[in-house]
Structures are given as C-alpha cells and as structure tokens.
Design a protein around this ligand. Structure first.
Ligand code: TYD
Ligand code: MG
Length: 459
C-alpha cells in the first residue's frame, strides 16, 4: 500500500520543507516553494536486469582500505580525442554523467555523434524532446551509419526501464532529464522533485547494472543546470557544453569528475555535418591581420591543460552619453571593471569618461587570469591608437596594485607562442624563476609593473 505525502520544494535549489515558506532558507530565493505530491512506495518496484537485485538488502561489510582490491575498471574508449579526454580517458562503466548546456548549443548533436561512433556498443538513445524522424534526420546530417543504436521516444521512466530490460543496452543516453517523469511522483516533468526522482532511478540503474548513463540537462538563464544543484552532487561527472550560438566554436568542460581531473577541455566546431574536433585552436583563434590595427593583443592562455593563443580585442571611444558603457564578450564584466580601475588609479589613464568594449575572438569564454595583461594592452592600444607589433604576445595576470603577477605553466605557454611564430612574449618577473631563457628562441620580456609594459610597447 503506498503512502501519499505532500511536501514543498524550492524550484530553484531543490530544498524541501514540510510547510510553505516565502524565502528559501538554503538558496535565499523568494516565492520558489511549490507543493508537490510525493508518493512513497516500495523501492524495489523497479527490477533492473542486474544479477545483484537484492544488494541493498544484505548490509555491506566494512573492509580495510589496504584490502580493497583495485579492480581496474576498463574504460570504454571513445573515438575521437576530445570527448574521451574530457571524461578522463574514456567512459567509465556504471558512471552517471550529466551533460549540460544552453538550448541549441549542440548537446543532442554531440551525444548522437558519440552514439553513432561507438559502433561496437549497443546503445539506447531515449528522447523526450524529438521524434525518431527528427533524430534520424540529424543522423543523416552527421553522416555516420551504425547498426547498434536504438531510438526510443518515451518520457515515463518506468516504461523506459521496461524497454531497457528488453534491449539490454550497454550505454544509455537520456535527452533530456527535464522531460522525464516517474509515476512514483505526482508533479509535472521538469519540476525539482521529478528531476531528482528520475535522476535517482537512473543512478540506481547505472550502479546496479554497471551501464554508463548520459543525461542531457538544460541550463537555465542564470547559468545553473535547471532544477539542479540537486543533480550535480548525485552524478559522477558533470560536463558542460558552452559557446556563443552565433559562433561556430563550442567548448566542452568537465565541471566535476569523479574519474579524472576537471582541467581538461575539448573544443569543437559546429559545421553543416555536425561537430568537428578542433585540434589546433590557436591557429584558428588568431585572425589574420594584414596591416597593424590598434586595439588587438594576443594572450597566451591555458584552457585546461592545453595552451591556447587567443586574440583579445578592445575598443575605447569617448562616451556618447553621460554614463560610459563597459561591455564585454567572453570576459567577466566585473573583472573588466576591476582592470579598468587599476589602469585609472595606478597608471593614471583617464578611462572613466570612455566607453570600453571587449571581445574575445571566436566567441569563447576565457576563465584563465593569464589573459589580463593582453586585455589591458589591447585597451591601451585602442586608447592610444597605436598598434601592438604582430609578433608580440602576453601571458600574465594583473593585480590590484598594477603589479604583473605570475601565471601557471609558463613554459607551455611560451612554447606554444614560439611554435606559432611569435617573437616576443611578456611575462611576469616572478615567472622567471626556474626558467632557462637559453632554451627558447622567442624573446622573453619580464615585467613587474603595468608602467613597464606601457613604456616598453608604446614608449
Ligand atoms: P542541437 O543538438 O539540437 O542543440 P541542443 O540539443 O543543445 O538544444 O543543435 C542545435 C543547433 O545545431 C541547430 O540550431 C542546428 C545546428 N546544427 C548544425 O549547424 N549542424 C549540424 O550538423 C547539426 C546536426 C546541427
Ligand atoms: Mg536537444
């Protein structure tokens, strides 16, 4: 006999309360509590096709750490370099992966592409958003054929598990978690308790049958996975697909990974035939400049473990209206405000009456602070209307006192700049330690203060 119970859930963070409250105690949002019916029933009502169905009845024995056998879980290799690398070297059996991104960024395309390429695995692609025909059309566009990929258009988890027990897939893809609903809960699909329940069922399925599961999840306007902080801690890995929809580049990052590090990043380019891996990002992200233009500086950044040279562009002009505008594309606006304040206060540039626009080429969002110096130089170059020599690049962070701070993995950055034919790189004096300048053909210029950089470039 099932027991009916209602509870209130915050639609923002998933917190639960027995009575209605105006302000959520855990995330601080107002008016987010909604009453949802929770039907508790026997947790064993779903029977996966596992052999150890009763595992949660027999209590586990404690075991000494030294006695734990390291079963090497053989990872499933993924064709192509980027996806497997971001996962930490392939798909781990029994792992639950949340794959998030804004609508239209290419999540379904990437997942389908992976499914089509893993020809040796039996794959079930469950779609609650698109019809089989739509998916077929996308597969035709991608142009890979396989005989092992099943499509299922279904949103009820109990029905999905029924089909799973018939097909016995070796990899399950859910597109998307927000469209699923479980009959055990009476709230609508996409609500926090549904999303959590469906994810919990998928988690049990993944762990009990050792099948890897990928769940696509949409990201809300605020940038969090919708419904969803609740999901982030349940899953083993959170992947995020990001980029500007109007540009072709897409970045795949691991936000959380229990089976690898979160530094890795993959770059894709959206083309007519699906997503193509970008193996030489630096060459593409630097536009070919024929003549010297002001307001452009090249940053030697690290995205994950990969050095990447990125073009930063700035436009400084007199403010047309009273309040000057600061706008940035691909760079944190608050950090931009801080860097401008440093220029104003520490270096004496009067930028408070000027509009400042920033753009990172390729629509890529950069998180590495090593881009600071290049950005400031681009701003100064535009302000002075003097071009920075094309053979020059920058790798340093700028601190609040205008000091040039060191960045990590400086050797890799320098080598990448050298590889791409740059002749000068500006780095922090503090980065010189342990660096053998004789090893490099590129001229390394070490600077300690913003003023040094300015006099060195613009004299
Ligand atoms: P989609 O995978 O549907 O995005 P999501 O699942 O994240 O919402 O892809 C969305 C966009 O990708 C769509 O606007 C069209 C574009 N696209 C291409 O440019 N080339 C292609 O080969 C495919 C399949 C899609
Ligand atoms: Mg989709």
């Amino acid at each position: 006999m099932s027991k009916v119970k209602t509870s209130f859930f915050c639609q923002n963070c998933g917190a639960q309360s027995l009575k209605w409250v105006g302000k959520c105690g855990s995330c601080g949002e107002w008016n987010t509590y909604v009453e949802e019916k929770v039907v508790k029933d026997n947790p064993n009502s779903i029977n996966f096709f596992s052999t150890n169905q009763n595992s949660h009845h027999t209590p586990n024995q404690p075991i000494l750490l030294q006695d734990v056998g390291l079963q090497n879980f053989p990872r499933i290799p993924v064709p192509g370099k980027e996806f497997g690398r971001v996962l930490g070297g392939g798909i781990v059996p029994g792992s639950l992966v949340l794959f998030g991104g804004e609508p239209g960024i290419g999540k379904s395309t990437l997942m389908l592409q992976i499914a089509l390429r893993l020809k040796n695995l039996k794959i079930l692609y469950v779609s609650g958003e698109e019809s089989e025909q739509q998916i077929k059309m996308r597969a035709e566009r991608i142009g890979i054929t396989t005989e092992n990929c099943y499509l299922l258009q279904e949103t009820n988890t109990q029905n999905i598990f029924l089909r799973i027990s018939e097909i016995k897939p070796q990899l399950l893809i859910i597109d998307s978690i927000q469209t699923l609903y479980s009959s055990k809960i009476e709230s609508s699909p996409g609500s926090v308790s549904q999303v959590r329940e469906c994810a919990a069922e998928l988690l049990r399925f993944a762990k009990e049958t050792n099948t890897p599961v990928f769940m696509i999840g949409h990201i809300t306007k605020e940038g969090s996975l919708a419904g969803p902080k609740v999901l982030e801690h349940m899953v083993d890995t959170v992947l995020q697909f990001e980029g500007d929809r109007n540009h072709v580049f897409r970045l795949l990052r691991a936000v959380k990974n229990r089976f690898g590090n979160t530094n890795e990043m993959g770059i894709y380019e959206m083309q007519g035939e699906g997503l193509k891996e970008v193996l030489n990002p630096s060459e593409i992200l630097i536009t070919n400049r024929e003549n010297n233009t002001s307001g452009v500086a090249i940053a030697a950044t690290m995205e994950g473990n990969r050095p990447m040279l990125i073009e930063t562009q700035a436009l400084v002009s007199s403010a047309a209206f009273g309040t000057p505008q600061r706008s940035s594309n691909g760079f944190d606006t608050r950090r931009l405000a801080m860097l401008l304040a440093v220029l104003e206060k520490r270096c004496g540039f009067k930028l408070s009456l000027k509009d400042v626009f920033i753009n990172i080429a390729g629509g890529i969002r950069v998180e590495d602070p090593g881009i600071d110096l290049a950005l400031l130089c681009a701003i100064l170059s535009s302000n002075e209307d003097m071009a920075i020599p094309q053979n020059t690049c920058f790798a340093a962070e700028v601190g609040l006192t205008g000091e040039i701070r060191p960045v990590n993995r400086i050797e890799q950055r320098i080598l990448e700049a050298e590889k791409l034919g740059f002749e000068k790189i500006y780095i922090s004096t503090f980065n010189l330690k342990g660096l053998n300048l004789k090893n490099y053909k590129i001229e390394i210029i070490s600077v300690a203060k913003m003023e040094d950089v300015f006099s060195s470039i613009f004299g």
